[in-house]
Write a protein that binds this ligand. Structure first.
Ligand code: HEM
Length: 132
């Protein structure tokens, strides 16, 4: 198979660099949320201990990017979109989530094309998750 063919069949999970890359992205995202005042409104709607969220977002993104699907087995029946809509957050929190994730993606050495596709998908999901 030539190089272009190999790229076409590559899963986003492989393209991003597998489990260590997903973990690094999520850690950077929550570190930014936790420590940067620009994300204070977003931080305020999360529980004090972010450890379970870090774990869960790693699992969700792993499956979402085409990697192992453990998260969907552990959370069988959970719709991430409905779960978020019930949280009742608005445009400010959504914008902060997208900004923090955009920065984490930009800083994580993820291929630019993949980062851009992920940003686009998160933007669509984020706005659909918003209550108002
Ligand atoms: C766009 C604005 C978003 C906001 C304001 C937001 C907010 C939150 C909050 C407050 C929690 C904690 C819920 C709790 O305490 O149980 C949470 C958890 C979580 N979020 Fe988001 N979120 C956003 C977008 C997203 C997106 C786009 C994804 C997926 C790509 C995502 C994936 C998750 C996951 C996997 C968890 C952990 C759920 C669990 O295991 O209980 N979030 N989010």
């Amino acid at each position: 198979m030539n190089e272009a063919g190999a790229e076409a069949t590559m899963l986003p999970f492989e393209e991003i660099g597998g489990a260590p890359a997903v973990r690094a992205l999520v850690e950077r995202f929550y570190d930014l949320m936790d420590g940067d005042d620009r994300f204070a409104a977003l931080r305020a709607i999360h529980a004090p201990d972010l450890t379970p969220m870090r774990q869960s977002l790693v699992g969700f993104l792993t499956a979402w990017l085409g990697g192992p699907r453990d998260w969907f087995e552990i959370n069988a029946g959970t719709c991430i979109m409905s779960a978020h809509r019930q949280l009742g957050f608005g445009a400010v929190e959504t914008a902060q989530w997208l900004q923090a994730m955009g920065q984490a993606l930009a800083e994580s050495g993820i291929p630019a094309d993949l980062a851009s596709r992920m940003n686009d998908a998160f933007e669509r999901m984020g706005h659909a998750m918003q209550a108002g």
